[in-house]
Design a binder for this molecule. Structure first.
Ligand code: 5GP
Ligand code: MN
Length: 333
């Protein structure tokens, strides 16, 4: 998929005219949210713009080594003449980052479930990461990719592809990543910081989740409670990427993780597993529960206690998988 030449020209002209730019991304930010935000922010600053970068949950510890991440704020301050959202499929995902802003001028994203909420929408559903879209189009917008920008964008690509392991990694994705390395990005360092290194607290948090791991009829799942988080001293509201471990478990088709957010709210992540025989689109089930995402990775926030939400979601996921199995095209040999 490609953006039309006229959309690229329009965005280029609007960015060149803008003076005070606000950029925001989603709650519980991942590497693509941080990398896209910081990469675009630094690039616009290098072009002489006043830029504010906002993440309502702040920058997670494992991305704080990225140059430029120290400039990210939790709330927007002041007035802006241009507002950009990166890597968020709907406005609820942005949290409080857009509070008080009248419109979104530019929406840059790669989620198939994107609601096209911007005045301009640069949404390419087959891109592996929002950072890939930025790496591809920044030069066309007349914006630079310095070493720091290349490191931020490569962080987005490396994390959303789980280290180039997802099925949407095409030769083009690798060429774009190679281009970022030519621009000065340090692949080994980015890879280690974003995907390999874990805090001691995160490792203990994983332990709590792994103790409760269960598998039944192709679905592997576990939960992480507020009590686990407190006991381990894990500071984030996310699953510390434990879902990546679950989705590699032999014999599983779909992995699900439940992360208790409060007594009345649960964050759910779904992944299609590495060995899945169906090509079940897990974003469809996330959408049913008010969330969204990609075919192989999706999430939702659901109201209710952990126990009740877990029961509902597991039941729905089992029937969803059953249906996907019925619809699976079996090749005739
Ligand atoms: P994760 O499970 O790692 O939070 O997210 C997997 C994918 O689904 C990501 O691309 C993420 O942006 C998307 N996603 C996660 N939670 C939500 C949600 O509540 N709403 C929407 N629209 N997308 C979500
Ligand atoms: Mn992304």
């Amino acid at each position: 998929m490609e953006a039309t030449a006229s959309l690229v020209q329009t965005i280029r002209a609007e960015l060149q005219a803008a003076k005070r730019i606000l950029i925001v991304s989603h709650i519980r930010p991942d590497g693509d949210a941080v990398g896209s935000l910081v990469g675009l922010g630094l690039s616009l600053m290098a072009a002489g713009k006043q830029v504010q970068m906002v993440l309502s949950d702040g920058v997670p510890a494992n991305f704080r080594s990225l140059a430029g991440s120290e400039l990210v704020r939790k709330r927007a301050l002041g007035t802006f003449d241009y507002r950009i959202v990166v890597d968020a499929s709907d406005l609820a995902r942005v949290g409080r980052g857009l509070e008080g802003q009248p419109v979104v001028d530019l929406n840059i994203d790669h989620h198939v479930t994107n609601e096209l909420f911007g005045r301009r929408n640069l949404v390419l559903g087959d891109a592996a990461a929002t950072a890939e879209i930025l790496a591809r189009y920044l030069p066309a917008f007349g914006l630079p990719i310095t070493t720091q920008i290349a490191n931020a964008l490569l962080t987005g690509i490396v994390t959303d592809t789980i280290g180039f392991r997802t099925a949407n990694v095409t030769p083009d994705v690798l060429r774009i990543a190679a281009g970022l390395i030519e621009n000065g990005a340090a692949l080994a360092d980015v890879y280690y910081a974003a995907l390999v290194q874990r805090s001691y607290e995160a490792a203990r948090f994983w332990g709590e989740g792994l103790r409760r791991l269960q598998i039944e009829d192709g679905i592997v799942w576990t939960s992480l409670t507020l009590a686990d988080r407190n006991a381990c001293g894990y500071p984030g509201r996310d699953d510390a990427d434990l879902i990546n471990v679950l989705s590699a478990i032999e014999g599983a088709e779909i992995a699900v993780i439940f992360v208790e957010q409060s007594a009345e709210r649960v964050k759910i992540s779904w992944r299609r597993c590495g060995e899945a025989e169906t090509d079940a689109d897990v974003s469809a089930i996330a959408l049913q529960f008010g969330g969204g995402g990609h075919r192989a990775a999706a999430g939702a926030d659901v109201d209710g206690t952990l126990e009740i939400v877990q029961e509902q979601i597991l039941e729905a996921t089992h029937s969803f998988l059953k249906q996907a199995r019925l619809e699976r095209v079996i090749p005739i040999t």
